[in-house]
Design a protein around this ligand. Sequence first.
Ligand SMILES: [Zn+2]
Ligand SMILES: [Zn+2]
Length: 263
Amino acid sequence: MLDLTIDGHVHTRLCHHAVGEMEDYVLVAEERGLKQLFFLEHLERGIQYFERTWLTEADFDEYFRCGRELKEKYRETLQVGLGVEVGYNPQRREELLEALAAREWERIGISYHFMVVAGQHYNLVSRRSENLLALGKLGLEYVLSAYFATLLEAVEILPGQVVCHLDAAMRHHPEVRLEASHYRQIEEILAAMARRGMALEINASGMARRGQPYPAREIIFEAVRRGIPLTAGSDSHRPEDVGGFADLAAWLVVQGIPGISAA
Ligand SMILES: [Zn+2]
Ligand SMILES: [Zn+2]
């Protein structure tokens, strides 16, 4: 059962690549009849990239200050959750674990965004040509195998509750395609998630891009078969996308996956 009255994944201007104040997101969530909204802001450590697309510790201070005010202000109508989307970096495990332990997150979502190539990080989910070229040169099969292997490590090491956009790596590359070996890796990830009691995010941002969420249908079914809970996220980077689950809701009906929808 997928509860679409909860949006479990939104960003704000604090991450430097989204727009809107936290309160703008809360207001849209209320207007759309959601009962719960989780901010899931980007935390990364040790990434060598040409711009910063994550929060500093000072940004996170502001995030908690503002978030706690909003929780109180809207508590009659909306449950506001203050979470984090932690981007795994196998070179900085200890630092990531320390940063996670240092605050009271209400949800920890696990992602793996940046892969290192010759000392430089490239974003696996970006549509920028620099990223697509550098990673594409390594070969998509290799990049995806490395992505899933590292994501498995993240699931085994990080204290998360949700795995975000599981199959979104290289989503903007025109030749992206999963091989049988990748599906075997995904099964290992799902097994580790089940063991560790983690949920699978059904990321609605895939609907507009490819007509199904992240992850794809067969992965969702395999997760359900293994008893892994599902949780919906819009991955909004602008307030108007909060709770944008209409296409996802229709798709779930066609697939026969039961869900609860917002008003
Ligand atoms: Zn983002
Ligand atoms: Zn992400």
